[in-house]
Design a protein around this ligand. Structure first.
Ligand code: ATR
Length: 278
């Protein structure tokens, strides 16, 4: 049986094994997918061992996505630009590194949530790894404008410089939270980790255009602090990042198996599970 794994530290609460098992049964693919804990100083050894034991591919999670980028012998363009890898495919002579996080976000927004990005005004909050991974796929959707803001303004400016060759016709700007006064956006995406610490971002309450969409890449049972804030600011359309998790997995699965699973039933199962832990 073809073997796949999620490699990270920690991995015990990961939903990826459940998601990939559901995809496998839905598409009638014979495969196994396990969570594999790598020691913090033993990522490449863990990958090597898994590959030697017949592993065909692996998803990579915290804190190894950047290390996985160096371990890969070939990178897709989106992985190169993200500077991080969440999907490894073991080939005869090569290890192919890809990053499916950003396309997972874009597919969740456009397909699952019916929130188009083309020709819209998009605000991306944060300039860490999550934001970096999302930028190229976001620019590829051709928004009218893409604005990155970050607490540390220089990080946002650095990202803008790195990705500006890929901006095409999109007006691409970067700044700090205090620069947002007076601007309105159709789609506001939170890629900061502030929700993890239950912290609220210093955002003006009037950044949302009519019928705007608020999206948090994080998720938790009680609603993230960013989404709770957005709802209080009057936003009617919003989502957490559970769909992004399922979509990035679907993209990895499609890459490995050559068949795209349908994500809707898996997402509703996870949604129910999350609600029951509330
Ligand atoms: P990740 O890989 O999850 O993106 P990261 O690279 O550590 O993690 O980046 C975390 C992001 O969340 C950064 O943009 C960080 O802002 P700084 O670059 O200024 O550190 C942002 N962030 C985290 N906590 C925040 C908070 N309380 N308020 C505003 N931004 C916050």
């Amino acid at each position: 049986m073809d073997r796949y794994a999620l490699i990270g530290n920690p991995v015990e609460h990961s939903k990826s094994p459940l998601i990939h098992a559901a995809f496998a049964s839905q598409t009638r693919q014979e495969l196994s997918y396990q969570a594999l804990l790598a020691p913090l100083d033993g990522f490449s050894d863990t990958v090597r061992m898994f590959r030697a034991e017949g592993g065909r591919g692996a998803n990579i999670t915290v804190p190894f996505k950047i290390e996985a980028c160096s371990l890969a012998t070939r990178l897709t363009e989106r992985a190169k630009l993200a500077g991080a890898v969440n999907t490894l495919t073991f080939m005869d002579d090569d290890i192919l590194g890809d990053n499916t996080d950003g396309i997972g976000l874009v597919r969740d927004l456009i397909i699952n949530l019916a929130c188009p990005l083309a020709s819209r005004h998009v605000l991306l909050l944060g300039a860490g790894g999550a934001a970096r991974g999302a930028l190229f796929p976001l620019l590829q959707t051709k928004p009218a404008s893409l604005t990155i803001v970050n607490r540390t303004v220089e990080r946002a400016q650095k990202l803008r410089s790195a990705f500006s060759p890929h901006a095409g016709q999109t007006t691409f700007t970067a700044g700090g939270f205090k620069d947002l006064g007076g601007w309105e956006f159709d789609v506001v995406i939170n890629a900061t980790s502030a929700s993890l610490q239950n912290e609220t971002l210093p955002l003006p309450g009037n950044i949302f255009a009519h019928d705007a969409f608020a999206y948090d890449m994080m998720y938790n049972a009680s609603g993230t602090s960013f989404l709770n804030w957005a709802r209080a600011a009057g936003v009617a359309r919003f989502s957490d990042g559970l769909g992004m998790l399922v979509e990035q997995a679907a993209e990895s699965f499609a890459l490995w198996r050559g068949v795209r699973p349908s994500s809707a039933s898996v997402l509703s199962k996870l949604r129910l599970q999350l609600a029951s832990h509330d």
